[in-house]
Design a protein around this ligand. Structure first.
Ligand code: PMP
Length: 356
């Protein structure tokens, strides 16, 4: 049976990346050694790192104000590392509370300074993105989660502000063209659109660093990582290599324009199907619906469980909603083929015909 991988992360990767990565486990670049066996300070790996950084800059069209870092600890560590590096104890940062991941970032920020929630969609179960809210100009930075992986909302217009914008793009990085130079810090765990778990991409504008009075432990200081060119200690060599392969794939396929075109085709097919079948209900405000993660429900819980069982029987992997949200979640990252969404929507239609 053909499997359709709708996992929310770690998630589907391009077949070509999997093949090249497995090849490199046995023989990396015809060196006769495995990628798992080479030193991180060898020219071989330094070249991997440099090409990966270059591709990040090229694909996102970043100007020279940015440093590219490959760090460890997941996006969750960034929830802490960002305020540690940017927010003094007597200062305030503005946070958008649009979902579970953003609220975790808020908790971490409050450990280091003041986290001011400037907008929250918690009142309606995080089903929308509020676009009209004030950002106090004395905020040290504004934190946004560009795609709410769990709730299924996404930002399509970012605020225009003089306050530096920090954005968690863990679940929609490399999925669409944007002016990435409008952000002062972008971070993303790799395990969705960028490769394997184990590495976190951090893109930071140099000018925002070095402005807090506290001492920062070198391993958590962005500046030390910049000086060491992401080689402060042993980096996750294999995960960075898989990220490089995925970045090459994105470029080869046509870059962000092409990724966006595909994600529009996939998400439109899915949302149109949901809206055409009364059995399924997507509570997310239409204009805020995520192109990466669609979250929807069948009201009758028994019927919903029945549908989820049918998904398993038919090879639809990873479509059970997040544990605190429930329902159905279909993730449509870059590597997911349109045909998988066709197969899924056919299953939805058949199920609705029998049970609607
Ligand atoms: N932010 C977002 C938007 C996420 O989707 C996730 C994980 N799914 C995280 C942060 C946490 O990432 P990690 O598990 O890499 O710490």
């Amino acid at each position: 049976m053909k499997l359709h991988n709708f996992n929310s992360g770690p998630s589907i990767l391009p077949q070509q990346v999997l093949e090249q990565a497995s090849q490199a486990i046995f023989n990396f670049n015809n060196t006769g050694l495995s990628i798992l066996e080479i030193g991180h300070r060898t020219k071989w790996f330094v070249d991997v790192l440099e090409e990966a950084k270059q591709l990040v800059k090229e694909i996102l069209q970043l100007n020279n104000d940015y440093e590219i870092l490959f760090l460890q600890g997941g996006a969750t560590t960034q929830f802490m590392q960002i305020p540690l590096n940017l927010l003094d104890a007597n200062e305030t940062a503005a946070y958008c509370d649009n979902g579970i991941w953003g609220s975790k970032a808020i908790k971490e920020a409050s450990v280091f300074g003041n986290a001011n929630i400037v907008t929250s969609s918690k009142d309606k179960g995080y089903t929308y993105i509020n676009k009209n809210f004030a950002i106090p100009t004395n905020s040290k930075y504004l934190h946004i989660t560009s795609n709410n992986t769990v709730e299924g909302t996404q930002w399509f217009n970012f605020p225009t502000t003089t306050v530096p914008i920090v954005v968690d793009m863990s679940s929609d990085i490399f999925s669409r063209p944007l002016n990435y130079n409008q952000f002062s810090l972008i971070y993303a765990g790799a395990q969705k659109n960028m490769g394997a778990a184990g590495v976190t991409l951090v893109i930071v504008k140099k000018e925002i660093l070095g402005k807090v009075s506290r001492k920062i432990s070198p391993i958590l200081d962005y500046k030390t990582h910049i000086e060491a060119a992401s080689l402060l200690n042993t980096p996750p060599v294999f995960a960075i290599y898989v990220a490089l392969l995925t970045l090459r794939w994105i470029k080869q396929e046509g870059g962000l324009q092409e990724m966006e075109k595909r994600s529009l085709q996939k998400s439109e097919l899915l949302y149109n199907t949901i809206d055409s079948l009364p059995l399924f209900n997507c509570p997310i405000n239409k204009e805020d619906r995520s192109r990466m993660n669609a979250v929807f429900f069948i009201e009758d819980e028994k019927l919903q469980n029945n549908f989820l069982e049918q998904c398993t029987t038919n090879g639809m992997i990873g479509v059970k909603g997040y544990r605190t949200v429930g329902g159905i979640r279909v993730s449509m990252y870059n590597a997911l083929a349109y045909e998988s969404v066709v197969a899924f929507t056919n299953l939805m239609k058949n199920f609705a015909n029998k049970n609607g």
